[in-house]
Design a protein around this ligand. Structure first.
Ligand code: FMN
Length: 183
């Protein structure tokens, strides 16, 4: 698939089949991510591939966050767990912390470029992805499960990777509404 097609075909995938993805696809996407630009050559991105035991533990954390002390119906619990367990892979992207506010902002931009490269590479290989953030990505228990030292790195996204069960259509505002030209 050429680059323009990958850019236009990439969609955030919300539901996945439980199938595995072809060998080499994730490695290629990680390598594409690592080609992203970064100011001052900080290379601020780190990628943690969550293994099956970590995914099970993350599913438990997600259930406790959603239940907030209440007992949830069994189907709800299964649906929360499946969201974590169905996608073929989970790549956790962390940004190396730095004290300088401006540098940290540029590093976040660089990490975002890396995530987009990752997603485009997956799209070109016929694989879907989703960048997600929320209570689970911020919870201290998540850092523990993934062995990420929160003092050194910040989790900036979970990237779900897998074979789409459904590909949404997302309408965008007209290009002319987001482009300005000066004389
Ligand atoms: C920083 C960031 C965080 C995101 N977090 C979530 C999320 O937590 N849940 C979600 O459903 N989508 C999340 N998304 C994906 C957006 O919802 C998605 O990009 C948007 O709906 C447009 O769809 P598209 O990616 O198919 O163009 C996130 C995207 C970005 C850039």
């Amino acid at each position: 698939m050429d680059l323009q097609n990958a850019i236009h075909e990439r969609r955030t995938i919300h539901s996945y089949r439980s199938d595995a993805i072809e060998e080499g696809v994730l490695e290629r996407a990680l390598d594409a991510a690592h080609q992203a630009p970064c100011h001052k050559r900080t290379f601020p991105w780190r990628f943690t591939i969550a293994g099956p035991r970590s995914r099970e533990a993350l599913a438990s954390i997600a259930v406790s966050l959603k239940s907030a002390g209440q007992t949830l119906p069994a189907e709800k619990i299964t649906s929360i767990q499946n969201k974590i367990l169905d996608p073929a892979q989970l790549v956790v992207v962390t940004q190396v912390r730095c004290d300088d506010e401006f540098r940290a902002r540029e590093d976040y931009a660089a990490c975002s470029c890396a995530i987009q490269n990752l997603s485009l590479s997956l799209t070109a290989d016929g694989v879907g992805s989703k960048w997600s953030t929320g209570g689970l990505t911020r919870d201290p228990a998540t850092y523990d499960v993934l062995a990420v030292d929160g003092a050194l790195e910040e989790i900036i996204g979970f990237i779900w990777v897998g074979i789409p069960a459904e590909t949404p259509v997302v309408k965008r505002p007209e290009l002319a509404s987001v482009v300005r030209r000066t004389p």
